[in-house]
Design a protein around this ligand. Structure first.
Ligand SMILES: [Zn+2]
Ligand SMILES: [Zn+2]
Length: 321
């Protein structure tokens, strides 16, 4: 299934640069830095494939596992690549990247809100892939934290050989997938369409300021099941705009082209949001929201360090559920 560009958006021009990676599409030289950094996984996923069989490290603590996995490809097909976010903002944080050049630089909110047949089919294909990745994330959560979980206790004991299986069936245990969130940012600055698939704990040393937190825990993150989004939803690039109202990536991120390859997707996204023109600012107020615990709803104003300490204890309680 291929969704063809239907709005006349020009294809992104390759930028010749010495030492740049040569794409495999034969269209020339690419520079996969800054907001284009996700392109390297799309163009050449095999080069970033994990050396571990399932894309997950074994052994080591959660932090060790997370750093080992950063930027690794989990799986890929002709149409999609799944990777570990290089700068995870949660204990497990993956990205799903469509590989079709006809759409991969569209604004994700516009792309996933299309109501024509091709658009609907594309959304369905993204949903199906995202559900696969959700299952992968859930399995990784169980692998890392199942040993601490009350709901997984019997199952874990059986797997360890500490307990006899009864009724010939391993208990299903905890449904980790219900704690996996799937969505796109309303104002991404990474130029390739990417869907975040992550555990809701927001427990990561890469989660370093209020905007990081709010970009994943407020409606700034448009959940995949909200699509197609109403045209007048304030998170549309042009809320209530005409059919032709498409925000181009260059307009959106013109102020964000700092070409900093070390920036994470979400650092860039936050910058892009901050640099938006006044006319678009009202859509981005989510990032300025008071901090609010995802688990108990307690608010922390802008006291980020206090929230971080609280999230640590919530994380420990959450894995024990
Ligand atoms: Zn993003
Ligand atoms: Zn709480």
């Amino acid at each position: 299934m291929r969704l063809m560009a239907s709005r006349g958006r020009p294809k992104p021009k390759p930028v010749p640069r010495s030492g740049a990676y040569r794409g495999t599409t034969g269209t020339g030289f690419y520079n996969f830095q800054g907001r284009d950094a996700l392109g390297m996984y799309i163009e050449n996923p095999a080069a970033y494939m994990s050396t571990k069989s399932l894309g997950f490290a074994t052994g080591g603590g959660a932090d060790a596992a997370a750093s080992t996995l950063a930027g690794q490809v989990i799986s890929y097909s002709d149409d999609f690549v799944s990777i570990h976010d290089k700068y995870p903002k949660a204990s497990v944080h993956c990205l799903l990247l469509p590989r079709n050049p006809a759409v991969y630089k569209e604004h994700p909110v516009v792309l996933l809100s299309r109501r024509d047949a091709k658009g609907a089919a594309f959304l369905e294909s993204v949903r199906a892939e995202a559900e696969k990745l959700r299952a992968v994330v859930a399995a990784e959560l169980r692998r890392r934290f199942g040993q601490f979980s009350a709901a997984d206790a019997t199952r874990e004991a059986i797997l360890r050989g500490d307990m006899e299986i009864s009724g010939g069936q391993l208990p299903v245990g905890r449904d980790w997938s219900k704690d996996v969130i799937v969505g796109v940012h309303a104002r991404p600055s990474m130029s390739h369409v990417h869907v975040h698939v992550f555990s809701r704990d927001m427990h990561s040393d890469k989660m370093r300021h209020r905007k990081h937190y709010n970009s994943f825990s407020t409606p700034f993150l448009v959940r995949l099941d909200e699509f197609p989004l109403a045209l007048d939803d304030p998170r549309q690039p042009y809320a209530g705009g005409a059919q032709g109202g498409v925000l181009t990536m260059s307009e959106e991120t013109a102020n964000d082209a700092d070409d900093n390859a070390s920036e994470s997707a979400d650092d860039s996204e936050v910058k892009g949001a901050q640099d938006m023109g006044q006319g678009k600012r009202r859509h981005l107020d989510y990032l300025e929201n008071d901090l609010k615990c995802w688990r108990c709803g307690k608010t922390f104003g802008n006291r980020f360090q206090e929230l971080k300490r609280h999230l640590q204890s919530e994380f420990e309680a959450w894995i024990r559920e």
